[in-house]
Design a protein around this ligand. Sequence first.
Ligand code: NDP
Length: 313
Amino acid sequence: MNEKVRCLIIGSGPAGFTAAIYAARANLSPVLYEGIQPGGQLTTTTDVENFPGYPEGTTGVDLMEDLKKQATRFGADIRTGNVTSVDFISYPRKVMIDAEKTVETDSVIIATGASAKYLGLPDETKYAGMGVSACATCDGFFYRKKRVAVVGGGDTACEEAMYLAGLAEKVYLIVRKPYLRASKIMQDRAMQNPKIEVLFECNTVGLFGENGVEGAHIVKHMGEANEERFDINIDGFFLAIGHTPNTDIFKDQVNLDSVGYIITEPGTPKTCVDGVFAAGDVADARYRQAITAAGTGCQAALEAERYLSEKGL
Ligand code: NDP
């Protein structure tokens, strides 16, 4: 017989664990499946200095461990396992774990997050946590008065370049096309910032450095007659070429925007399906912070509780 629960949470980042804390304290007996990256994106960063309540800062791994302990303390059932498919058409909702076990649930909180896109260079892996980052707000502080590069030509890249320009000595913005894709105002800000040098029509083909990133190999006009190769000296290499929301399994189940983010009712975590809520980066292309994810995780649990009590479940 299938197991039946009242509140099932998918994902174990700040949104998922915060939802679990609130749902457990509201006696919803939540079950949380951790997914393929327990702890989520934060476990791939080092120091976290902007999560309120940690005056001395903490590490991504410790922060996630703390959130998990806090959820467990109130009785949340945290399980290893990956949700491989869902059926939100039937009621109770059905969630398949590791393609073998089905759990039925009265409410669902989706907190599967998003993954930063990388160029796919082996050096990005080699220097992970040693100068390569996909989050300027998280790691920019470590590059005060240093030289950094940001890859990308969209709003995120311009925003991250501006943020880093407030800290670093010099910021290269590496753009593969001869123009920026960002909104006009963001383009103007980036172009007019004296600390930012935009390298148009440039691709990064490798990184170098002894104990961390010391520079990048750049190719201008790649594959064309006027191809040019040069190196830039940098201490930090920031990717800002977009994020991919982890929503593959929800494609035909809830409404997604053109990029794949879950569409929620403005100002709430409600999806188009009754009793199914979305929290954190999976529904947020704009802020993508641990604290905003935690905030929406809280909202999702409160909404789940209201939904269950209104339905008498
Ligand atoms: P975008 O998809 O808008 O831009 C991605 C950028 O990365 C493009 O310039 C793209 O180049 C470049 N890129 C992609 N792949 C590669 C690659 N392999 N090598 C080099 N460059 C690459 O993503 P964003 O994250 O910037 O923005 C996502 C959404 O969020 C947008 O709608 C944006 O407007 C919004 N946003 C809004 C903000 C705000 O309003 N303050 C802040 C941040 C984001 P190319 O142009 O050549 O395709």
